[in-house]
Design a protein around this ligand. Structure first.
Ligand SMILES: [Zn+2]
Ligand SMILES: [Zn+2]
Length: 256
């Protein structure tokens, strides 16, 4: 990595000199830290001894949404049985809990962009074998939010999944054309109204017949991903799946 000669006297390079791209590179160069709490650990993509037991990996469960099944349920969970929605499949690496949430927050607000690689590494298994032409598409941020934050965390994860799966990705396929309020506390009908018309497919992009894999950091109420899926299906997408780092699992209270 060449950092240039911007008058640096020591090893400390101010973020303002290095810029955002440089800080992202530095994230990869520093000693590995626990993804959830930041304690230094032996290797990249590992968790420390106290966070590890708090990470609950998801496997099996509902064939559509990966929700752990109850004894009375076979193949599909009760919710998917009643109303499957526009998403064909929902997959997540871990259950949304304190440690999983902390990783997502450290990426998004703590700007620990290297965590996208850790999350993507754990998302490969639930993602499974993809058709080679399946297109990875991050759930988009509104351009104002993108400008404020400087990056879309879902796009960082999608980029890492693209690297490890070899599948194509289109970071700009979906656009968020309407700013949406916080969905927390809303009824399902209110959430549906809030995200209605919030997304658009970038002009000139064709999704007819495509298999789309939406990528997001966390899956909570599902309203946002559903709105994206409804739009893509309306535009003729053959299938729309979602892969997230973490998903809310019943009966956990949604708080994100
Ligand atoms: Zn930890
Ligand atoms: Zn289900």
């Amino acid at each position: 990595m060449r950092l240039g000669r911007a008058g640096n006297k020591g090893h400390v390079i101010p973020g303002t000199v290095l810029g955002r791209a440089g800080r992202i590179l530095l994230d990869f160069a520093l000693p590995p830290r626990c993804a959830a709490c930041g304690t230094i650990v032996a290797d990249v993509d590992l968790f420390c001894g106290s966070c590890w037991p708090e990470i609950h990996f998801l496997s099996g469960g509902c064939q559509r949404c990966a929700q752990p099944l109850e004894a009375t349920e076979a193949e599909l969970c009760g919710a998917c049985h009643v109303d499957a929605g526009a998403l064909d499949r929902i997959r997540a690496a871990v259950e949304y809990g304190e440690a999983a949430r902390s990783i997502a927050i450290r990426l998004k607000y703590g700007r620990k962009t290297g965590l996208a690689r850790t999350m993507a590494a754990y998302m490969r298994r639930p993602l499974g074998d993809l058709p080679p032409d399946a297109l990875l598409v991050p759930v988009p941020l509104h351009r104002v939010r993108l400008w404020e934050r400087g990056f879309n965390q879902a796009a960082l994860i999608a980029r890492q999944l693209q690297k490890t799966s070899g599948n194509p990705a289109d970071m700009m396929l979906l656009q968020r054309v309407k700013r949406t309020p916080k969905l927390k506390g809303m009824s399902p009908a209110e959430r549906r109204r809030a995200v209605s018309g919030a997304f658009a497919v970038r002009q000139g992009q064709e999704v007819r017949g495509r298999s789309i894999i939406l990528v997001d950091d966390v899956y909570t109420t599902g309203s946002t991903a559903e709105a994206c899926a409804r739009l893509l299906k309306r535009k003729g997408a053959a299938s729309v799946d979602l892969i997230a780092w973490a998903r809310v699992v019943r009966p956990t209270v949604v708080n994100g």
